[in-house]
Design a protein around this ligand. Structure first.
Ligand SMILES: Cc1ncc(COP(=O)(O)O)c(C=O)c1O
Length: 494
């Protein structure tokens, strides 16, 4: 593709809708020819049937009206949650196979799409740097993490599960579902990274079943110190699972076209700390990575990879009525989920053919999001009105109104005032951001100077800059956002 940053997406002003129409027609023409190639001697059932699509058309009109209250998730002005603009190959790839609806739980349910899923998994393994192992797609990150911990629990049998206090909320839920009462949360440091001193103290008393590291925590995008965790793993021997649901695909920025890791250089839009941890993802024992976050795919696609293939044998499941082609991959025999859309594997396959998992494909897109986040961080550093809550490890920024020496109450009033104007709660907001809420206890560690005698939660504004549009045109939208924030701030009277 000439310039995938532009041609791979629908575009903020639907610039590529006509291209999509042409591609859709191609898929539909192919579908007609393909269907007609089967049992050609059969007569059509439609001989005496008069088509009438009026009820579909009527309902579709009503249905499309509902779109008007949908949020413009695709736009660079939306950075509230984890959404990218939809890619053309994802739409086309999904639709092409949805038209016949294969099911990737068993090879017989989706032979072509299972082969595609296995190809995608081998690309994902290359992206992470796993030379061996097994993995598959899931419907999302929570499912991938659930399955991983299920396999880990049944493989190793005992020990405590450790994860940081800013880990995704689902980890506690997963421990509850899997009836693992022995889990402990570990404090984070000022950059929201797991405190490894505290972890070590805990490990001395309670051996670990697994340590779950974040490569991109949900709230702040923080990256745990994988290097330090590997040293602890050597000493205390545990399974290291990385929850890279959010950040895993960003490793594409350090892979060249042959898949080799490029050395750190100043022009990369990440710190050498983040680079080091990205580099070391290949040393983890298992990993969750979500195509539906940074991987350019629409919702419905997570993935889990295991370095040790034996972990799948403890969750083996068979059935008398399926999984008959045993010389082929039957993913459902080794997965938590049953039926899964072959169309999603097809969407991933076509997308990663167009956007390969290296720095000229997905990495080129990711580069621009990271660059935008870095620019935003620098602009906030330079501003009088705002402060960064943390140094972003990836492309997720939290910030607040410069509130040194103010109380938590006043701090929150400013942040909430801005949030109400620049979020899904506002009517016609100029930008759509979200917020990050810290418990009083966490906020005391992160913002020790903030007076908080009323023991309030402390709130920051949060922007997920994973849309590459923000990095284009000399970071135009980032500049506009900072300008808007300053203007709104000057209008606030508290
Ligand atoms: C770090 C992390 N892990 C897990 C999840 C859960 O993923 P999903 O919402 O796809 O189930 C998320 C979602 O935001 C996440 O950010």
């Amino acid at each position: 593709m000439d310039n995938i940053l532009y041609s791979g997406f629908i575009g903020p002003k639907a610039e590529n809708i006509e291209a999509l129409r042409i591609l859709l027609n191609k898929v539909l023409d192919h579908q007609r020819t393909w269907r007609q190639s089967f049992f050609i001697e059969d007569d059509s059932l439609y001989k005496n049937f008069k088509n009438d699509f009026s009820s579909i058309e009527k309902e579709l009109d009503l249905f499309l009206q509902k779109y008007n209250s949908n949020t413009p998730f695709f736009h660079p002005r939306y950075s509230a949650q984890m959404l990218k603009d939809t890619t053309l190959p994802t739409i086309i790839g999904y639709l092409a196979f949805m038209l016949t609806n294969p099911n990737n739980h068993a090879y017989e349910g989706g032979p072509v799409t299972t082969d595609m899923e296995m190809a995608v998994v081998s690309w994902l393994k290359n992206m992470i740097g796993y030379k061996q192992g097994w993995g598959h797609l899931t419907s999302g990150g929570s499912l991938a993490n659930t399955e991983a911990l299920w396999a880990i629990r049944d493989y190793y049998k005992s020990g405590t599960v450790y994860f940081s206090e800013v880990s995704h909320y689902s980890w506690k839920r997963i421990c509850s579902i899997l009836r693992i009462p022995q889990y402990e949360e570990v404090n984070v440091d000022k950059n929201f990274r797991m405190d490894l001193n505290q972890l070590e103290e805990k490990l001395e008393h309670n051996p670990a079943l697994a340590v779950i590291a974040n490569f991109g925590s949900t709230g702040t995008g923080s990256v745990d110190d994988i290097e330090g965790l590997l040293q602890l793993k050597n000493k205390y021997d545990f399974h290291l699972h990385v929850d890279a649901a959010y950040g895993g695909f960003l490793r594409t920025i350090i892979l060249d076209e042959k898949g080799a890791v490029i050395p750190y250089k100043e022009t990369l839009p990440i710190s050498d700390y983040a680079y080091k941890q990205m580099f070391l993802l290949n040393e983890s024992d298992s990993i969750t990575i979500d195509p539906h976050k940074q991987g350019l795919i629409s919702y419905g696609a997570g993935a889990v990879l295991y370095k040790n293939e034996e972990l799948r044998s403890v969750i083996l499941n068979t059935a008398p009525y399926t999984y008959h082609q045993l010389d082929k991959p039957n993913i459902g025999m080794f997965s938590f989920e049953g039926s899964r859309p072959g169309a999603m594997a097809a969407a991933c396959y076509l997308t990663y053919k167009v956007f390969p998992l290296n720095n000229v494909g997905v990495g080129k897109v990711a580069y621009n999001s990271l660059k935008a986040s870095k620019e935003f961080y620098n602009m906030i550093e330079d501003s009088d009105g705002f402060k960064n809550l943390h140094h972003p490890d990836l492309d997720l920024n939290c910030f607040y109104v410069n509130s040194d020496l103010r109380s938590a109450t006043v701090h929150n009033e400013y942040v909430i005032n801005l949030y109400k104007q620049l979020s899904v709660e506002a009517k016609n907001p100029e930008f759509i951001l979200s917020k990050f809420v810290m418990t009083p206890e966490l906020s005391r560690r992160i913002l020790p100077n903030l007076e908080n005698s009323s023991n309030e939660n402390v709130i920051a504004l949060r922007s997920v800059f994973m849309k590459h549009w923000n990095g284009l045109d000399e970071n135009r939208y980032i500049k506009m956002l900072v300008y808007t924030l300053n203007r709104k701030l000057s209008e606030i009277k508290i």
